[in-house]
Design a protein around this ligand. Structure first.
Ligand code: ASP
Length: 321
């Protein structure tokens, strides 16, 4: 029985667009938000040229790929997450499976891997030759030119509303490039990297996890939507307020980018950087990639141009020199 007259799905970054397209068909066919999110995240995890998620994700400072992922169902409030997991093919599937556990639903490192293998999850070497080349290059640059090792990170975060009114969110990332072994960001942390409540909506974040988690941004956006803000107001005010507070109290703020959707399928996006992209499709809005820029305290977005899309594809597949 349908209990909602609409559907919608929104994701951080251009990398989610193919998954959003596939999810559109699913959601139109009355498939669940859970399936739409999981399948869309899996597509990003499996694509070797997306270097900050899943297979092909960038390694830590010792050259080891450690992945974080989470899933939340906004109706049952089930949450499952994994952090610092090595060589499991689809961390998002593991997170989804863990969300069904009454206990032990957030697992890390060796324990998470052992449990995944014992429960039939696929083992896969997640370090690709290309990611290894990126790593070697970064080691050279960091040592020779004194560059910050921590540039080069992005998380796929996807929020979906289905025709039954269920709202779900999933995240997956390799976290900060050159992070210390064992470092975990916001992406697997409920309330920070993601949050969903089927009475209201869902939100997810990408950027510097160390700063995003200082504001529990995803929970805060959903809370503000619940109090009556539009998704755009909730996203923008949350990013602006956290950025201002961080600058005042802490002296600086890292990259903070968010997307969100409410149960009516209205969406919002906000960022404090200039090249944040997001992918979205709703019953009223065809699948689209937007590029954000900041004007004062407002986030403006425009449809990605064919030139932008071509340049993007060329960049992610270019030889590493
Ligand atoms: N938020 C992620 C982390 O800190 C990285 C990103 O989204 O860029 O692990």
């Amino acid at each position: 029985m349908m209990m909602n007259s609409t559907w919608g799905i929104i994701a951080t970054w251009r990398m989610a667009f193919d998954g959003i397209n596939a999810a559109t068909t699913r959601l139109q066919r009355e498939e669940s938000a859970e399936t739409a999110v999981i399948e869309a995240v899996k597509m990003v995890e499996d694509y070797p040229f997306y270097k900050s998620v899943g297979y092909g994700g960038l390694p830590n400072e010792e050259g080891v790929v450690e992945l974080d992922a989470a899933f939340m169902h906004g109706t049952t409030m089930a949450v499952g997450a994994v952090a610092s997991i090595q060589d499991i093919a689809n961390p998002i599937m593991l997170a989804q499976r863990l969300s069904q556990e009454r206990f032990n639903s957030f697992m890390v490192g060796e324990g998470a891997k052992a449990w995944a293998l014992a429960n039939g999850f696929e083992q896969k070497t997640m370090l690709t030759e290309r990611a290894q080349q990126h790593y070697e290059k970064k080691c050279r640059e960091t040592i020779d030119q004194g560059l910050s090792p921590y540039s080069g990170h992005d998380t796929v975060g996807i929020c979906a509303v289905d025709l039954k009114g269920d709202i779900c969110v999933g995240t997956s990332t390799s976290g900060l490039f050159m992070k210390r072994p064992g470092r975990v960001g916001d992406s697997p942390l409920s309330g920070s990297g993601f949050y969903a409540d089927s009475d209201v909506g869902a939100a997810t974040a990408t950027g510097l996890g160390e700063d995003l988690m200082k504001g529990c941004v995803s929970y805060e956006i959903v809370r503000r939507m619940g109090e009556g803000m539009s998704p755009q107001q909730a996203a923008e005010s949350t990013v602006n307020d956290l950025e201002a507070k961080l600058i005042k109290r802490y002296g600086r703020a890292g990259d903070l980018s968010v997307v969100c959707i409410n149960k009516s399928g209205d969406f919002g996006a906000a960022t404090n950087i200039d090249n944040f992209s997001f992918s979205v499709a709703t019953a009223k809005h065809e699948p689209t990639i937007y590029i954000c820029r900041r004007e004062g305290k407002q986030t403006k977005y425009e449809v990605a141009s064919p030139e932008w899309l071509d340049a993007y594809q060329a960049r992610i597949t270019a030889p590493i020199v």
